[in-house]
Design a protein around this ligand. Structure first.
Ligand code: DAT
Ligand code: MG
Length: 139
């Protein structure tokens, strides 16, 4: 069942490279409404917890280090079929495999530094949104 919200982070590479505005423009042009948004930085322990599902994967240490290395922009986005449509908009995990016009094709440099996060299910969208935002920050 598709619900109408997903969670995203513009990752440290996007912020560092000055792509916040361009990526938000793509998100807006694709019809997503911003329900919550902030610039923040995850600590190492935040990033470990956020990505706990990947803790057994060989890239976990690198992922945690990168995601806590600088500020991110976290947001909750609203649209019909939000989770699935946002995954299409961001493209494949590896930017080399991402379709033309997708955010990762346009703005990501590698598998590890791939510009944006997008939730992979409605359940995870709710968990991840709640990780970053209190009720008073969601509109
Ligand atoms: P996605 O972000 O497309 O949902 P994922 O959930 O499989 O991909 O992995 C989470 C993040 O971990 C991904 O955005 C970048 C990093 N990652 C995944 N596979 C990797 C790999 N083989 N090498 C380095 N980083 C990787
Ligand atoms: Mg994922």
């Amino acid at each position: 069942m598709a619900t109408n919200r997903t969670f995203t982070m513009l990752k440290p590479d996007s912020v560092e490279n000055g792509y916040i505005g361009a990526i938000l423009e793509k998100i807006s042009a694709a019809g997503f409404r911003i329900a919550a948004m902030k610039m923040t930085q995850m600590t190492v322990s935040d990033a470990k917890a956020f990505y706990a599902v990947h803790s057994e994967r060989p890239f976990y240490g690198e992922l945690v280090e990168f995601m806590s290395s600088g500020p991110i922009v976290a947001a909750i986005l609203e649209k019909n079929n939000a989770v699935e449509d946002f995954r299409v908009l961001i493209g494949a995990t590896n930017p080399a495999d991402a379709a033309e016009g997708t955010i990762r094709k346009l703005y990501a440099s590698s598998m590890g530094e791939n510009a944006v996060h997008g939730s992979d299910s409605d359940e995870n969208a709710a968990i991840e949104g709640a990780f970053h935002f209190s009720g008073r920050e969601i509109f």
